[in-house]
Design a protein around this ligand. Structure first.
Ligand SMILES: [Zn+2]
Length: 295
């Protein structure tokens, strides 16, 4: 009896330490707003992550919706059409990727055949419904935001109310916004990584205030998390100032990211636990669900 009592006492003590040591984690659903299903992941169902494997990762992490895009777009088409996707309860929000192959990464912004490919893909749609956005695309030099095809695609996105998922620096965000007919007031731009080069928090805040539809996706964001994977104070206060403007994503750009998908999601759940419940829910799910009309 005494052994049982002391075991209980130890458990209670351990519980207290746990409660003091961490603030718990976010437990709700996740909308993965930056998911790639590239050719090498599935490769016609013979790659290491066929739809069943990719979806098992989403399901066990309670990822219930994804912004899907892929090089080439066949990966997104496959996920969008898969019976397994529906069985897993995952909603696919498809985006047109601008890349047919790796060569396109560095020339898409001036390549007319990319514009034609996007129009063809938009007309075709997917088994999960029409495309809802363009990207992810990269601009390794900000000035290429002024490339002729980049300009046309931004105008198209705003006209057709397509979101844009852009992996670019802050200068390029300004250029892309300037190229939108509304000068950035009506362009829904999801900023992949929210400044992967470490754009200062004050600058991110100023951009959010300048562009009403700019959203920040937080994968790979330097300075976001501090000791023990918890949210750094300056990011916590920025998110609390703009709780409707941030989202999370896996960025499965290489197969290793599929291998570590569970860890990525665990990492998000840990720092989301540093926010009030309603804010955590918005970042994890509600902001993206609202954008694309999911319940
Ligand atoms: Zn990416």
């Amino acid at each position: 009896m005494r052994a049982v009592a002391s075991a209980i006492a130890m458990l209670l003590a351990a519980g207290t330490v746990f409660a003091q040591g961490t603030q718990g984690q976010y437990e709700g659903p996740i909308f993965d707003t930056h998911l790639h299903y590239n050719q090498e992941a599935w490769d016609g169902n013979t790659g290491p992550f066929p739809p069943s494997e990719a979806l098992a990762r989403m399901q066990r992490n309670d990822v219930r919706a994804i912004i899907a895009n892929s090089r080439p777009n066949a990966g997104t088409q496959t996920l969008a059409a898969s019976r397994e996707t529906r069985a897993a309860g995952v909603t696919v929000v498809p985006f047109v990727r601008l890349y047919r192959n790796r060569e396109d990464y560095t020339s898409w912004f001036r390549d007319e055949t990319i514009y034609e490919m996007v129009l063809t893909e938009l007309a075709r749609g997917t088994a999960s419904g029409p495309y809802r956005g363009l990207g992810e695309f990269h601009l390794y030099e900000s000035a290429n935001a002024n490339g002729p095809v980049a300009k046309k695609l931004i105008a198209l996105a705003e006209r057709e109310k397509l979101a844009v998922l852009a992996h670019v620096d802050d200068t390029a965000v300004d250029l892309l916004m300037a190229n939108a007919p509304s000068k950035g007031q009506s362009l829904r731009l999801i900023w992949a990584h929210t400044g992967i080069g470490g754009t200062p928090v004050e600058r991110v805040q100023a951009m959010l205030e300048r562009y009403p539809l700019l959203m920040g996706e937080l994968s790979y964001r330097p300075g976001l998390t501090c000791e023990g994977g918890r949210l750094c104070p300056e990011w916590r206060s920025l998110i609390l100032k703009h709780p409707g403007r941030f989202m999370v994503g896996s960025d499965t750009w290489i197969n290793q990211r599929w291998s570590s998908y569970d860890e990525t999601m665990r990492g998000y759940r840990a720092w989301l636990g540093d926010l009030p419940d309603d804010v955590a829910q918005r970042i994890a799910w509600g902001n993206a669900a609202g954008l694309f009309g999911l319940r």
